[in-house]
Design a protein around this ligand. Structure first.
Ligand code: IFM
Length: 455
């Protein structure tokens, strides 16, 4: 039962006519079945068993049990009226890809385009034991994985994304240790970042060598925005530094074939070097077709600490994140839709000629299931509505945005937050694994229908 007062569906007249509407998920977050069909352990299987690493001690062992419920989940996707479904291939399942054969066939039979991501953080544990992403060889192993998947699916899948959010894999996984494998070394984080980018380049090369028809290649990055907290030179500097570590460190080598000089200098000051070898930047900067933008929130930065110091104890400049004083999601992320427009226009300006696609956007809220079983998640609907309007505005002002994928189809395993944070358009009851459409799911379907109907 949907209340009559629910937020009205949008009509987004400025989106391009052939805009792709979709929903997204990732393997470890939804599949479960971690010991089936030859799947080998991943770094997330190990990390989730590390005491204290994940809220409530949750693991992805069962997750949403999507591995066994896939056809019913494809029916949910179809019910949304989307064009495409973005999912990731579990590298630990490389020995038996038949699940993805079935998934792709089911999607196509239902008129849904499959968008496959080759790496969404579930590195096989054996590769971590051999050194993980800080080890250069992992980039070559990733290219092998890409080739295996591509050979199997290229006849039916048009769009392949190499990496999802390499900043998270590198920095959260190896520098801060918040994500698997939980290492805490900034040098390892930078080594991982370079080898992820190298892996992207090698994977593109491997897939292109096997192509029997043209495909669309994407890489999805964390694309937040970094603004100065005030109009002081020191705050502009802090925001620029944050943008350097979060975005330019990835996008400059991909598009300009060089690491940003200011970031290299800052890292060198901390004794950190990027392990570039001859030819790496040519591989990394080979063309790809669309930049996947994963946007959740914008951030403000100050160049001073609370006491007014401009440098920390190690002598490094202060880069202090200050969340804007705005409403938050359940992740404690500020809700900043105008920053989304800012981002898309900035990417258009600084990286011209690169079509954009929103490969993730969405929000976690503390959903309440009403006694009749319905979920009136107005906050999520308002978040999606404001962010879609921000995309449409960017399009009206010249950004070339080709599509929008809502994160996420289902409530799922939210990494270090376990199952406590819910991003889904469909609610998952983790006792029964029943799926229930939230009000936002109905709103999303109506908005897609309305926007299509306005053409
Ligand atoms: O759940 C994640 C996803 O795996 C990657 N991007 C951000 C989402 C929300 O945190």
């Amino acid at each position: 039962m949907i209340p009559a007062t629910r937020p009205a569906p949008l009509t987004l007249t400025h989106l391009p006519r052939d805009f792709t509407w979709g929903v997204a998920t990732a393997s470890y977050q939804i599949e479960g079945a971690v010991a089936e069909d030859g799947r080998v352990p991943s770094i997330w299987d190990t990390f989730s068993r590390t005491p204290g690493a994940i809220a409530n001690g949750d693991t992805g062992d069962v997750a949403c049990d999507h591995y066994h419920r896939m056809p019913a989940d494809v029916a949910l996707i179809k019910s949304l009226g989307v064009d495409a479904y973005r999912f990731s291939i579990a590298w630990p399942r490389a020995a038996d890809l038949s699940f993805y054969d079935r998934l792709v066939d089911e999607l196509l039979a239902n008129g849904i385009q499959p968008w496959a991501t080759l790496y969404h953080w579930d590195l096989p544990q054996a590769l971590e034991d051999a050194g993980g992403w800080p080890n250069r060889d992992t980039a070559y192993r990733f290219a092998d994985h890409a080739a295996t998947v591509f050979e199997r699916l290229q006849d039916r899948v048009d769009t392949f994304t190499t990496l999802n959010e390499p900043w998270c894999s590198a920095w959260l996984g190896y520098a801060t240790g918040v994500h698997a494998p939980g290492r805490r070394s900034p040098q390892a984080g930078i080594d991982a970042a370079h080898h992820l980018l190298l892996g992207h380049g090698l994977a593109l090369q491997a897939m292109r060598a096997l192509e029997t028809r043209p495909h669309t290649y994407v890489i999805s990055l964390n694309t937040g925005t970094a603004n100065p907290i005030a109009d002081r030179t020191i705050d502009h500097g802090a925001a620029y530094r944050a943008d350097g570590m979060g975005l330019r460190l990835y996008l400059d080598p991909l598009r300009h074939g060089a690491y940003p000089a200011d970031v290299v200098r800052d890292l060198a000051y901390q004794g950190i070097t990027i392990p570039v070898r001859d030819g790496d930047l040519e591989l990394i900067s080979q063309p790809f077709d669309m930049l996947g933008c994963n946007f959740y929130f914008g951030q403000n930065y100050a160049g001073t600490d609370e006491a007014g110091n401009t440098h920390d104890a190690s002598g490094a400049p202060v880069v202090r994140a200050i969340m804007p004083d705005t409403p938050r999601t359940a992740m404690d992320w500020a809700i900043t839709p105008s920053r989304f427009t800012q981002l898309l226009l900035r990417l258009t300006r600084d990286y011209p000629g690169l079509p954009l696609v929103v490969t993730e956007n969405g929000a976690a809220f503390d959903d309440v299931v009403a006694p009749d079983g319905s979920i009136h998640d107005d906050s999520r609907t308002e978040y999606l509505s404001a962010h879609l309007a921000a995309v449409a505005e960017a399009c009206a002002r010249g950004a070339d945005v080709r599509g929008y994928f809502c994160w996420s189809l289902l409530d799922n395993f939210e990494w270090s937050q376990g199952y406590a944070k819910r991003f889904g358009l469909f609610h998952v009851d983790y006792d029964t694994l029943a799926r229930t459409p939230k009000q936002s799911a109905h709103w999303f379907r109506e908005t897609i229908e309305r926007t299509r109907g306005s053409r």
